[in-house]
Design a protein. Sequence first.
Length: 418
Amino acid sequence: MLRKAIVAASLLLVGTCLGWAFQGLGIGRPANAEPQREGFPSAPQFPNNPRANPGVNPGFQAGVQPVQPLNFPGANPTPQVLPGLEGFVPMSTEEAVNVSVYEQTNRSVVNIKTQSIRPESLFVFTQVAGSGSGSVIDQQGHILTNYHVIDGAKQITVMLYNADAFPADLVGQDPANDIAILKINAPDSMLFPIQWGDSSNLKVGQHIIAIGNPFGFERTMTTGIISSLNRQIESKVRDRMIKSLIQIDAALNQGNSGGPLMNSRGELIGMNTAIATRSGDNSGIGFAIPINTIRRVVPQLISTGRVQRPTIGIMQVVENEKGLLVANLTPNGPAERAGLRGLKVERKKVRRGPLTVEQSVVDPSQADLIIGVDDKNVKNSDDLLGAIEAKKSGDQVVLRVVRQGQIIQVPVILGSED
């Protein structure tokens, strides 16, 4: 038995050696087969399977398209160094815009500090500090800000980008639009006027950038989009509204008032003025005065200190669901000279018991009802004021009025407020 086992083992060893020898000579393997890697069995060959047979091009199989390599444009952008910012490489277009606009405009933004006196009792007064933001608009030292930032201030200080502070004088104010102009005596080399843009073609969704001094943190930048247009909020002037405001979602807080709102080119398109909030802090709803409104007002504030608005000479109107009923007219004013009619007051005798007395009776049937100015309809007094203030003294407007059931047109030459 032992002899038989030795013979069998010898035959097995010889067979194994012969198999290795034939494999080394290539016997028993297809000519086009690749050498097999040690430890990895070869895959079975299926001539009709393009995955198993690398010699078959899947593009020539019926109904099978060649697989194209995937390309991801922008996945590996070519690094671009911003002018003046060597060493900084933006990772996205938005990042490049934000950094570029800030570098271009941050030196135009100023921090405004105010001191005012508040009476506490008959002989006790408290000094109150306030702060806000502003923009340098020329090299003569004029600063644009909100009226409410400097309202009631006894002392105003403007701090520039380099922390140099200068006392400021109030040049002009327009409370109705919450606009004020200050002036400082600073060297030209320290003044970097902001570039003015245009607000007539703004779009909802447009990228915007705000810079200001929230809670005293100088030249803080926030970004967002235009959320809506043509908003309106109450003005500091009684019975007036600030109209055509830009609504934004960029973070605005206390101290941002008066700061610039800019587009992606770094152009001033508005001035941040208010937020809608219950807590006093940012809620994602902010408002800015459009630059085109500011553009109409600022030249007058610099030259005369106030806005000389045109007047139509209507002292009082009564709003109803149909329009504005003219109540009182300025004596010999533009509207009266044009033939507009107000409420007629008559004295009539009225019998009350055994007595006869005279009393004033208002006759509304004689008053004109204003329903439009030029090509615009008016529904309230602010519509009328907005249409008039878009003009200037000496311009003509055409009022559409209802007089005794008939619609007529009354041309009026606007006068000037004293």
